[in-house]
Design a protein around this ligand. Structure first.
Ligand code: SF4
Length: 970
């Protein structure tokens, strides 16, 4: 913590940390229900101010749940009119500190103004309240502790061990903000001159008080009154990743190389007792399934096969494919036989790159190089970073400058330039700023940028070119596949992990989308009136008059003028079009819901009739801009600017031209759904006055598409997951993804099973006595059952739902019981992020986690923290999803049963994923409650049961079910 002289230097010997609790987020409608504050003197918490406040509106239940403050609690509290003047006096002129201070200060200022306006004799005058310096610890922690996974007060309090009990009450949160502020000051003192001076320049004119501190510290260092800090990162944290492991070995590539086969037995032996892995792997245990998988993968590389392999939970499949991949690439380096490994989730990618590959690099003693490569939009562009920073007041708005600040502290340390490392920067919230900063292809002037070989993107791509093993995600794999391998270059061997979702990922990454935002973004590359430096046409219009060598600048300026005027026109036309489209009479009111509605459209539908004039108008305008850009580029080419800046802008202009062409193509295709092999749908926002309408299309036959863009040209490929089969059959996976479709003779399928003894480790009961899940009394009866079992057994558990509605009902009803039991009830989107919920489930014994959709996969909680799994309903896909509807229609047209051929196997795979959450290690034990009685009462229920690794018990009454659960020895 900073000493008193460090605080004094900054005028922070005394400051007040404050926090409010309110009835909601909107300061114009909601009210304050608690004020908590604490004065820090010389860095020590001393004088407290704490008061509940009586609002004139009811406190909503979710606020009571969150804060513990009920209507009963505040009934005798003073009203805001009485307490706020007292609080203003308490604050005086002291610096104020709050976490997310704009929220608290917004409420305080709004309510002070209301009091002032309503009472003529009020002592509150605008000039007399809250003119203090205000420091926002959320912002400052994002800048100085960018590596902490999120910047919520509760997470930071946990990270710095600032006594996280009683979170969400004003007084304790105020104290934590104050203590956090002291940690931040410490870190500021430890910063370098360069960092502080860059921050000081960035904050100039932003009205943010932090700018004062940056300036003061910069001046102190410049005047040698203070030594600059080292800015070292905490060594106990793994805050930075690397994207290269190992080095490339010198190699003479051969034109017609002879491939060296690897010995599958030798590969297998590495996993056996006495093999390299058995010596080096912590907690090693022999797993025949893993050995068999490694053997099969090696064989697939040798014999040019397409291997679909299901490896049950606990096999250790990543090592089983990594070892042969590394050996194959190593043996065949001269033949350029590298292996691309693709994962779906970041968790798995992290596991591969931060754990498994470094381990194998040490253990196998084979020299190899592995590279982790992501899409270019993940990397920061150094050229653009420096350009923005050097002209920050012109190139960014005040709020963008503040959001830019975590870049300054992060860029000093990053080795990869991968923005995912920087948790202080919110890429989604600051997407416009990130558009200005990322190594996006439209803006990367690689031919002329001297940085390229030293820039993050350039370095990693160069490294990728010589990698033996290249790790990517499905997004990059698939987008690269449709762009003729522009990023990954040619590769012959592919491993796709988490392959059970390959078709769904292909829907996402091989699909197309058109929205007003996409059009605006494309136009803003040419002309941007919201950005001081503008788009490329604006920049050209500025510099052309300054280039003496241009003989006929008037011609160029008049073309630019057409481009600028045309861009403004096209933007307003696109806004009008999408606004009108959202009001189209074809969208019958019942289609709209509180959520985004997805509606499929086909050739002949009337959806676009009412706006057809506007569509044509927009497309014509886009064409005319494109023609002007072409004309400009042609004139410019003839003139040859002989000016570095103009030459660079020409490259940007060319990329804007291509992007415009892309928008025209998308507009023509998505407003005219004539392709029979595409599925089209529109997403309507919940609000009728929004312009956020999105048009989508994806290829209907993904099997053929994947064959064409991804598999053709591959020498060998491995597709793996814990759930590729339904009742032991691979057909569904193979049919949907097209694996082996074109070359059946090269296809091999294999199930290696799981090393777990499910008969011993797991008891499954079907609650046959419950009503069907769609019956009115299902929720009530099911909740009663869960309550009874929870009360008796208090097991750590996970309940999987297929809808938020049902989840919320369960949460509401189970909450009093869990409160009474003193156990945590954790709800998705209620009690923290997915990661923090999983961590809480691990930490708080006996807690129960409730989750939907994404919780059916990827939750990994071994041991006693998760001993009860409840599956409420069979996870059939939503029958109104446009892609699902289109697939079902197409199957029907082929004379197939859509339910048996698509919906059922899809649901079984998801059901198996959900089931897989329970047993995560050989010592885990647990019970599974299957609440959906269709499993025992419908014919198709048998298909689900056949896909489980052990038998089930059918339970015919609540009493029987509770006794059964009680009788299981865990
Ligand atoms: S090469 Fe491209 S991404 Fe790299 S610094 Fe230059 S412009 Fe940026």
């Amino acid at each position: 913590m900073p000493d008193s002289s460090s605080l004094k230097r900054l005028g922070l010997s005394d400051f007040i940390a404050l926090d409010l609790e309110t009835t909601g987020l909107d300061s114009s409608k909601e009210q304050i229900i608690e004020i908590g504050a604490i004065k820090f003197v010389d860095g020590k918490p001393q004088d407290r101010f704490n008061s509940l406040v009586l609002p004139s509106i009811r406190i909503p239940k979710f606020i009571t749940d969150l804060t513990g403050i009920s209507n009963e609690d505040v009934k005798d509290a003073p009203e805001i009119e009485d307490i706020l003047p007292e609080f203003i006096e308490y604050c005086g002129n002291y610096p104020l500190v709050a976490h997310n201070s704009p929220f608290d200060m917004g409420f305080l200022r709004v309510w002070a103004a209301k009091i002032e306006a309503s009472a003529s004799s009020s002592t509150l005058k605008p000039e007399s309240y809250f003119k203090n310096d205000v420091y926002d610890t959320a912002l400052l922690s994002r800048i100085f502790f960018w590596w902490v996974t999120n910047h919520k007060l509760v997470t930071l309090a946990d990270y710095f061990k600032l006594d996280p009990s009683d979170a969400h009450r004003a007084s304790s949160d105020a104290e934590r903000s104050g203590l956090l502020f002291l940690k931040i000051i410490d870190r500021m003192y430890d910063s370098s001159y360069q960092t502080l001076s860059s921050l000081a320049i960035l904050f100039e004119g932003t009205n943010n008080s932090a700018g004062k501190i940056f300036k003061q510290l910069t001046e102190l260092i410049a005047g040698s009154e203070l030594k600059e800090g080292s800015e070292l990162l905490p060594d106990h944290e793994h805050v930075l990743g690397d994207n290269v492991i190992g080095k490339s070995m010198p190699v003479q590539f051969e034109a017609a190389p002879k491939l060296n086969l690897i010995d599958p037995k030798e590969v297998k032996a590495k996993f056996e007792v006495g093999g390299e892995l058995s010596h080096d792997l912590k907690g090693y245990e022999e797993r025949p399934q893993q050995e068999n998988m490694a053997f099969a993968v090696a064989d697939a590389f040798n014999s040019e096969k397409f291997l679909a392999i299901e490896a049950g939970t606990g096999v250790g499949k990543t090592l089983a494919y990594l070892v042969p991949s590394i050996m194959w690439a190593h043996e065949n380096r001269a033949g350029g036989q590298r292996v691309v490994i693709s994962t779906r989730t970041k968790n798995l990618q992290d596991q591969l790159f931060n754990k498994d590959i470094p381990f194998l690099y040490r253990s196998l003693k084979i020299p190899f190089k592995a590279v982790l490569l992501k899409g270019r939009n993940n990397y920061i562009c150094l050229t653009r970073y420096h350009q923005l920073l050097s002209d920050s007041s012109n190139s960014m708005t005040a709020s963008e400058r503040i959001n830019f600040a975590p870049m300054i502290t992060w860029i000093k340390h990053t080795k990869t330039g991968d923005i995912e490392e920087n948790h202080g920067f919110n890429r989604n919230r600051s997407f416009l700023l990130w558009n200005k900063l990322s190594a996006d292809s439209g803006k990367c002037n690689r031919m002329r940028c001297k940085q390229y070989n030293g820039c993050y993107l350039g370095k990693v791509r160069e490294s990728a070119g010589t990698a033996d093993v290249l790790v990517v995600n499905h997004s990059l794999l698939l987008s690269d596949a449709v762009s003729n391998n522009q990023v990954l270059n040619e590769y012959q061997n592919l491993v796709v992990d988490e392959a059970h979702n390959l078709e769904k990922d292909a829907w996402q990454f091989l699909g197309e989308e058109l929205s007003v935002w996409k059009i605006k973004n494309s136009l803003s590359a040419l002309h941007d009136k919201e950005n001081v430096s503008g788009g490329v046409a604006d920049k050209f219009a500025r510099i052309i008059p300054q280039i003496d060598a241009i003989p006929n600048s008037d011609t160029l300026l008049s073309i630019l003028d057409r481009i600028i005027v045309g861009s403004e026109l096209a933007e307003s036309k696109s806004v009008e079009l999408f606004s009108e489209l959202n009001k189209s009479p074809e969208w019958v009111p019942e289609i709209r819901s509180n959520y985004v509605s997805k509606i499929r459209y086909e050739a002949g539908d009337m959806f676009f009739n009412s706006v057809s004039g506007r569509i044509n108008d927009l497309i014509t305008t886009l064409f005319s801009i494109k023609d002007s850009v072409k004309e400009f580029l042609e004139v410019a080419r003839e003139l040859s600017f002989n000016n570095k800046e103009a030459d660079e802008l020409s490259v940007e202009m060319l990329s804007a031209y291509e992007s415009l062409g892309q928008m025209i193509r998308l507009s023509e295709e998505l407003f005219d759904p004539s392709k029979e092999d595409q599925v089209y749908w529109v997403e309507l926002p919940s609000k009728a006055d929004s312009i956020d309408v999105r048009l989508h299309s994806v290829p209907l036959n993904m099997a053929d598409t994947l064959n064409e863009v991804l598999y053709s040209g591959l020498r060998s490929a491995v597709f793996t997951s814990a759930t590729l089969t339904t009742a032991g059959d691979f057909s569904h996976f193979l049919e949907r993804t097209g694996v082996g479709k074109d070359e059946a003779e090269r296809l091999v399928t294999l199930e290696v099973g799981s090393p777990f003894n499910y008969d011993e480790q797991c008891n499954i009961g079907i609650m046959n006595f419950l009503p069907p899940p769609n019956a009115d009394n299902f929720n009530e009866d099911a909740i009663e059952l869960i309550s009874a079992i929870s009360e008796k057994l208090q097991l750590g558990g996970l309940i999987l739902f297929t809808s938020y509605n049902m989840m919320n009902r369960f949460y509401e009803k189970l909450e009093p019981l869990y409160k009474k039991l003193g156990l945590s009830l954790l709800g998705q989107k209620k009690d923290g992020s997915r990661y923090s919920l999983q961590e809480k489930l691990k930490k708080d014994r006996g807690s129960l986690l409730l989750g939907t959709e994404s919780f059916w996969e990827g939750i990994d909680v071994p041991g006693r923290a998760l001993e009860m799994l409840v599956i409420t309903k069979l996870p059939f896909a939503v029958p109104t999803e446009p892609i699902i509807l289109a697939i079902e229609d197409s199957l029907k047209k082929e004379g197939k049963n859509a339910f048996m051929n698509f919906s059922l196997p899809e649901a079984i795979i998801k059901f198996r994923q959900g089931f897989g959450r329970l047993i995560r290690s050989k010592t885990d034990k647990g019970i599974v409650l299957l609440l959906d009685n269709r499993l025992s009462q419908k014919q198709y229920g048998k298909s689900f049961l056949k896909s489980l690794p052990t038998g089930v018990k059918i339970l015919n009454s609540k009493k029987e079910a509770v006794e059964w659960a009680q009788g299981i020895k865990l």
